[in-house]
Design a protein around this ligand. Structure first.
Ligand code: PMP
Length: 427
């Protein structure tokens, strides 16, 4: 049996951990079967407990842009550990990483480090509310901004995969301040502003969405949001947890040439350690404690080991900007070739891709631009495709509502192995 030890470990895990996992999508619930338990990872590969090595297109859901256990990040982090694990005091390292981030990310003067993307987005909307003195926010159907209460309303990612986009436990009082619009639909946003004049603190958006599968912003969509925000005294928050330091060193702001007012980060910024961050111009960040009244804090925020891993990762990328064209090209080859193979096989599909993020949708439609489009795709074929790839030691996200993340460790060997597996797919 391919997944014998994983299966036994999953049985045990379910006794002590809800669903056997510490984050829902890991449970393979929507695709069925046994989640593979991972023992170690190196470069482009993760190795499971049954001794199989998979080409990894999840890359810890985005952080491992350099591939796993990059030697420089490993060495720097181990050296840092020898100096102590956590101090709860300021360190020089935190200034170094903040300086680097503000020098490469457009339109931000200051950055505050937190421990996850959830915290970054949760804190960003508190700051926007404190800054504007308004309560409401606009979010888009199928976008995911972490699991804090305000965002679990028509949320993407696992919430969409499991059919619980609106989580019980979120009070109506909280939910009423989250206004919803369809992604890529500026008219819907205009309408919300017309109905809630001077009440909307912020629009939060994934500038390139990755949590309902990969959905690209239509031409003019983000600029339209920018204009609406400017007209209404509302802040534009780009959730760059997935896209930051992946779509470009300056994230989507740089790649798509649109400025946001607050930017949130996670994933790549921590190099695989639990880190998130939010950043903005000084006039906004000055409202944050201890300078201003908007409270935000964290026992382990700016943890030296996480900062060292993040700083080393960001420096490696910053000093080798060719990485972006390498991972973009690898992803383009995958997208083009997979599409060609499916066409030959007569399997209806549409692939969305920008940079090193992509999703394969099984559909007759020739564009997939919002959450409703994704729900109409054939998720049964996706599940078969997922299991076929897994059997062939190719690891993509176990849901049609997620994106592939390509790392710099994925080279021709891995791409060819992947395409061979796609070629043998029958449904
Ligand atoms: N925002 C986006 C765009 C994300 O993709 C995620 C996580 N996938 C989050 C926020 C939440 O980050 P975390 O899981 O680190 O809390």
């Amino acid at each position: 049996m391919l997944y014998q030890r994983s299966s036994a470990l999953f049985q045990d895990a379910q006794k002590y951990i809800p669903g056997g996992v510490n984050s829902p999508v890991r449970a393979f619930k929507s695709v069925g079967g046994t989640p593979i338990f991972i023992k170690k990872a190196e470069g482009a590969y993760i190795h499971d407990e049954d001794g199989r090595a998979y080409v990894d297109y999840i890359n810890s859901w985005g952080p491992m842009i350099l591939g796993h256990t990059h030697p420089d990040v490993l060495n720097a982090t181990v050296e840092q550990m020898k100096k102590g694990f956590s101090f709860g005091t300021p360190t020089e390292l935190e200034t170094e990483i903040a300086q680097l981030i503000t020098s490469v990310v457009p339109n931000v003067d200051m950055v505050r480090m937190v421990n996850s993307g959830t915290e970054a987005c949760m804190s960003a909307i508190r700051l926007a509310r404190g800054y504007t003195g308004r309560d409401k926010i606009v979010k888009f159907e199928g976008c995911y901004h972490g699991h804090s209460d305000s965002f679990l309303i028509k949320a993407g990612s696992g919430a969409a995969t499991f059919g619980n986009p609106n989580s019980p436990g979120v009070t109506q009082g909280t939910a009423k301040d989250t206004l919803l619009a369809e992604y890529n639909n500026l008219d819907a946003v205009q309408e919300l502003f017309a109905q809630n004049t001077d009440e909307i603190a912020a629009i939060i958006v994934e500038p390139i969405a990755g949590n309902m599968g990969c959905i690209l912003p239509n031409d003019g969509f983000l600029q339209g949001l920018r204009d609406i925000c400017d007209t209404n005294g509302t802040l534009l928050i780009f959730d760059e947890v997935m896209t930051g330091f992946r779509q470009a060193m300056g994230g989507s702001q740089e790649r798509l040439n649109i400025n946001a007012d607050i930017v949130t980060f996670g994933k790549v910024i921590g190099g695989g350690f639990p880190v998130g961050a939010f950043a903005a111009r000084a006039e906004i960040m000055n409202h944050l404690a201890p300078l201003g009244p908007v409270y935000q804090a964290g026992t382990l925020s700016g943890n030296p080991i996480a900062m060292r891993a993040g700083l080393t990762t960001l420096n490696l990328i910053n000093n080798d900007r060719e990485i972006f064209s390498r991972i973009d090209n690898a992803t383009e080859i995958l997208a083009t070739e997979i599409s060609k193979i499916f066409k030959e096989k007569g399997i209806a599909n549409h692939i969305n891709r920008l940079g090193s993020m992509m999703s394969v949708f099984f559909t007759e439609q020739n564009s997939i631009t919002n959450f409703t489009d994704v729900t109409k795709c054939n998720h049964e074929i996706f599940n078969k495709f997922f299991h076929h790839l897994l059997t062939n030691e190719i690891y993509i996200a176990p849901s049609g509502y997620e994106t592939w993340f390509i790392s710099d460790a994925i080279k021709d060997t891995e791409i060819n192995k992947t395409l061979d597996a796609v070629r043998s797919f029958e449904f």
